[in-house]
Design a protein around this ligand. Structure first.
Ligand SMILES: [Zn+2]
Length: 118
């Protein structure tokens, strides 16, 4: 029951959540789950390929539902806001580099730390 509720909570709250975000969300819907159980279940979900773990220099570890595609992130240095984007052109360039070394890109992600100018 906890597993389904935690996944539903992740979907409800959106992406790039901390374990603490999900823990608070679970408490708000009346769950009595512990933070350590949230961490354990997130690890299980990650192993099962249901969620992905992102490690940002600022903002720490965040979780998002697995999308199956390569996407990257702009991370606001001041607010911690995270914006997703897809860099297909850059992916093509990475593919050429990988091919030069006799391999291919399985997946890539960029974490770009920004200051908003407008
Ligand atoms: Zn993302």
């Amino acid at each position: 029951m906890h597993a389904y509720a935690l996944l539903a909570e992740a979907k409800e709250q959106g992406s790039h959540l901390t374990a603490e975000d999900m823990f608070r969300g679970m408490l708000e819907i009346g769950s009595r789950i512990s933070l350590s159980t949230v961490y354990r279940m997130l690890s299980d979900f990650e192993i099962a390929g249901l969620i992905e773990r992102q490690r940002f220099l600022k903002g720490g570890v965040r979780f998002e539902l697995a999308s199956g595609d390569s996407h990257s992130h702009l991370i606001d240095e001041h607010t911690g806001d995270i914006v997703e984007f897809r860099a297909e052109d850059f992916g093509l360039q990475l593919g050429k580099i990988a091919a030069h070394y006799g391999c291919e890109v399985e997946k890539f992600t960029l974490s770009i730390y920004i200051t908003r100018t407008r």
